[in-house]
Design a protein around this ligand. Structure first.
Ligand SMILES: [Zn+2]
Ligand SMILES: [Zn+2]
Length: 492
């Protein structure tokens, strides 16, 4: 009974308007069941009845307790006619019967009557119509019809199918999330290994530099020591020889007392005085008290992989209106054509120029100074780009570029352009080309923040690409400069 009660309460939304109705119904069922002698197996057969009052939970109830049709029907069956109650009435003993049945049963009885079920006696033929049981009977009658059951089964099947599909969708979403997490972890682990390797290489450069410096210091120290050691040994030898001479002279001197000294003893010639080597402690110290970290940092540039490539412009590729400086590190667009030779490498339509250096393997980085130029394009171009045509710069046409227009509009050279919102206006740009990974990335070389990165970069030979663009004639056009850093490479 209490199990049933809790089931009923669960189906009624708390605080709903139906709750009071349900509470009354629950009280009724409670007394109804208490009044019956047999254990009232109130289980899932309520489902049909409950469904109309709590349709949203119908499927759940049905799923939780498979229907056991018949039990409720039996409970709502008149003990006299053995059929579902017709006009059910309740006696004072709380037993229910059809009104016609109990009327017929009591017909002709004078005086006290009794309950046909519990035999309790009553002084008069009194009964009470029970509308709630009437409604339940009607419900059971309706819900046990074939069409109703068919419809219910159809609804159950549809709900079940939709739940299964939804579950499958969620399982797929979970699988996708897990795959993404695996990918993140895998890429993270790869990148960790990559960062570790890059730093290991830097550490190795420093360790090598340190070993080299210490070895040089040790050698110089040894040379200085050796010079002094040689002088020391020579001086000690001289002392020993002088001691021998002194000894011989002393012996000869003693001999003169007894015998006439015929001649001076034979002595080895006196050792010449060795010039003591100079050791300038200051000069020795100064060399190693220099700005060692900066010197080492400058030397490291040679070993960086990739370090900044010292590019130069290839004048044979320059559009005739591009003038290149004598050292081939500055290019500027001018009204007047520069003297030029015919070259099939030359850009003839667009004011473009390539670097003399090309790359088709490894990783390369270079820096370009654009200063406050309001307009430029730069990046990487495939060797095969059509230099005689006016072509929109995009990876599809063999260009991976970044561009500036109107002094503030930065875009990546995709089709259509990808506008970039930069916090500042970089004066220097860094370009990174990873041939194996086919990646072209652009950096603000002032602070090394990443501006844009192309995946699917060039295949085969590629050249650093530049366009000073056609400048505003009212101003003197500033050049694009290739940066060589550090300005002078250190030897050793
Ligand atoms: Zn009956
Ligand atoms: Zn009774």
């Amino acid at each position: 009974m209490w199990r049933m009660r809790s089931t009923l309460v669960r189906f009624v939304p708390a605080g709903s308007r139906k709750q009071s109705k349900w509470r009354n119904f629950e009280v009724f069922v409670h007394s109804f069941l208490r009044a019956t002698d047999d254990a009232f197996a109130f289980t899932s057969s309520w489902t049909g009845f409950l469904e109309s009052n709590a349709p949203s939970t119908m499927a759940a109830a049905a799923a939780a307790a498979p229907p056991a049709r018949g039990t409720l029907r039996e409970d709502l069956t008149c003990a006299i006619c053995c059929d579902l109650f017709r006009e059910p009435v309740m006696l004072a003993c709380m037993h229910h019967f059809c009104k016609p049945c109990i009327s017929r049963y009591w017909r002709g009885t004078q005086g006290p009557v009794s309950c046909p079920q519990c035999r309790k006696e009553f002084s008069s033929k009194h009964f009470q119509t029970n509308y709630l049981v009437t409604a339940m009977v009607e419900k059971v009658r309706a819900t046990t019809s074939d069409s109703y059951i068919k419809n219910l089964e159809k609804q159950l099947k549809e709900t079940l199918d939709s739940h299964r599909l939804k579950k499958e969708d969620f399982i797929n979403a979970i699988r996708r999330d897990k795959d993404k997490m695996d990918t993140i972890k895998r890429v993270g682990a790869d990148l960790q290994a990559h960062v570790k390797e890059e730093f290991r290489a830097l550490h190795q450069i420093l360790l090598n530099e340190e070993a080299c410096s210490l070895e040089q210091l040790r050698r110089e120290e040894e040379e200085e020591l050796e010079k002094v050691r040689r002088h020391l040994e020579a001086t000690e030898l001289a002392v020993r020889e002088l001691e021998d001479g002194i000894k011989a002279l002393e012996q000869a001197s003693a001999a003169t007392e007894n015998i006439v000294l015929a001649e001076l003893p034979q002595l080895r010639p006196c050792v010449r005085e060795n010039i003591a080597p100079e050791f300038d402690a200051n000069a020795f110290r100064n060399k190693y008290m220099a700005p060692l970290q900066y010197i080492t940092w400058r030397k490291m540039f040679k070993s960086l992989n990739p370090g900044p490539s010292p590019l130069t412009f290839d004048v044979d590729t320059a559009h005739p209106n591009i003038h290149v400086s004598r050292d081939k590190t500055a290019a500027v667009e001018c009204d007047v054509e520069a003297p030029h030779t015919d070259s099939n490498k030359r850009f003839l339509q667009c004011v473009n120029i390539l670097a003399a250096q090309s790359f088709q393997s490894g990783r390369h980085y270079w820096e370009v100074e654009v200063g406050s130029k309001p307009k430029w394009d730069l990046g990487v171009a495939s060797e095969a780009v059509d230099r005689r045509a006016r072509i929109k710069l995009s990876p599809e046409s063999g260009y991976w570029t970044l561009r500036l227009r109107k002094g503030r509009e930065y875009s990546a050279g995709t089709q259509p352009w990808t506008r970039l919102r930069l916090g500042s206006c970089p004066q220097r740009l860094g370009v990174f080309l990873d041939c194996e990974e086919r990646r072209v990335s652009f950096y603000n070389a002032d602070d090394m923040s990443l501006l844009y990165s192309f995946a699917g970069g060039p295949r085969g030979k590629a050249f650093p690409f530049f366009s000073p663009c056609i400048s505003d004639r009212s101003q003197r056009a500033p050049p694009i400069k290739l940066l060589h850093y550090p300005p002078v490479a250190l030897s050793g």
